[in-house]
Design a binder for this molecule. Sequence first.
Ligand SMILES: [Zn+2]
Length: 213
Amino acid sequence: MNPFIRSNQYNFIKKQTQVLVNGHATVNDQEVLNALRALSLEKVLWLFEEASEDQKNLLNPMVDIKEKLEAEDFLEILKPYVIPFKEISEAAIKKIFPKAKKLKIPSLENIDFKEISYLGWLDKGSNKKFLIIEYKNKLVGISGGYKDSNKKGICALCNRIEEIGMFTSSVKGLTQDAFITRGNYICRDSQKCNENIVSLDKLNNFVELIENK
Ligand SMILES: [Zn+2]
């Protein structure tokens, strides 16, 4: 069976396993638990509309999870079926950001590409954030200034409350010399952000907003 689970879907499944573990720890009513189990699995299967029998057989045992260790084992079994983020080299990254001189790229071998929905890093020297997002099967690079807001708020990429900062990017306007500056609050810590992403909707909206102006 080929990998078929995206990183954000894996995070979603992880969240559902936590719901089950919490449910078993706090609920005694068997009927309520059964409903919870059925609902969790239904939500997960919803992500995979065209799931094959093999894929369903892999996901179905989720309903038996009661404890944290069982959840971890289940997630471990799923991990080989997670699709990694598109392979990318340092040279390719430099090509994506041709205007960034002395671009500092994080060491790619330290990144688990199965755990990211986008590649993002902060260049502390220049206070710039670099994002590489897969959009419509292509890698899109978006860079911009980053300023910590020193407070928590909703991130435009993961939609969760985290330490955020203002990300400002200039994009080409309708006429050649016109630039539009857009600001969005996004997570300071891109790794944390990626762990939070359970849906790609916000990420796609973000690219659309910036790219299509
Ligand atoms: Zn975030």
